[in-house]
Write a protein that binds this ligand. Structure first.
Ligand code: GLP
Length: 259
């Protein structure tokens, strides 16, 4: 695991976009795992900018999103389908057949979750999975207490997560209670992880994830078990870290720090 501390949100977004761009150079048909939430928006904006200005090409990728609310139709303003369209997909020419987001309206959710796992396998597995972290240490919608080997399934959202996400809805009552989410086991099978953590409100979650004990109560702590994980954070999020960390991926590789 490599923790990289950048000055601010913009620098985190640029460093993350550079890593994605590097992977696209070696594998244009990258299988990219995508995340929602405010944190990766800067990364998506930077990718869009690089597509327009630098000729970065995402048209051959296959994407898999981490999660979606149950009972929220794809066109709902707060669905993750809609979020991804607005933040990324509408700005580039992706093949819709290669874009995957769990369907929160599936009639048979269990069968849908199995199908989603099969699609990931058929695509050859996720090459690079983008991740954010919830203030309570969740990844995707794997709330504290989630099985560390879990697969794609329905999870009940915690009160804290519903409160945190209430800002996107008209009232707390409207915040969905359930979500379909890739499991921790599913996420851990990605060949590389790219976790982004920014802002003071995430400082404790980041500390617990990268320097705390491995525990199901902090699902993000599983990143310590991954063989190739990058954790790119800003100074505010890093304020409670005690270990020594690098300022960039290139510096880290120069000093031969091990992943
Ligand atoms: C939601 C998503 C997570 C995301 C988290 C943090 O719960 N399911 O994937 O990491 O929010 O979001 P934000 O980046 O807005 O803090």
């Amino acid at each position: 695991m490599l923790v990289i501390i950048k000055d601010d949100y913009q620098a985190v977004s640029k460093e993350a976009a550079q890593l994605v761009a590097n992977r696209l150079l070696t594998k244009p048909n990258l299988v990219l795992g995508l995340a929602t939430g405010s944190t990766p928006i800067g990364l998506y904006q930077e990718l869009i900018r690089r597509c327009r200005q630098d000729g970065l090409d995402l048209t051959k990728i296959t994407s898999f999103n981490l999660d979606e609310y149950v009972g929220v139709p794809p066109d709902h303003p707060h669905s993750y389908h809609r979020f991804m369209r607005e933040q990324l997909f509408d700005h580039m020419n992706l093949d819709p057949r290669h874009v995957h987001i769990p369907n929160g309206m599936a009639m048979d959710i269990e069968a849908h979750c199995e199908w989603y796992e099969e699609q990931i396998q058929r695509a050859g597995g996720v090459d690079l999975q983008v991740l954010g972290v919830g203030a309570n240490g969740h990844i995707a919608f794997n709330e504290p207490g989630s099985s560390l080997g879990s697969r794609t399934r329905v999870k009940t959202l915690s009160h804290k997560t519903r409160e945190d996400n209430a800002r996107f809805f008209a009232s707390m009552d409207e915040v969905p209670r359930y979500a379909i989410t890739m499991g921790i086991g599913t996420i851990m099978e990605a060949r590389e992880l790219l976790m982004l953590v920014t802002g003071e409100s995430k400082a404790a979650a980041l500390r617990d994830a990268v320097e705390g004990p491995l525990t199901a109560m902090v699902p993000a702590s599983m990143i310590q078990m991954h063989r190739k994980a990058y954790v790119i954070v800003d100074r505010a999020a890093a304020s409670l870290l005690q270990g020594e960390h690098s300022a960039s991926i290139s510096e880290a590789s120069l000093t031969r720090r091990r992943l």
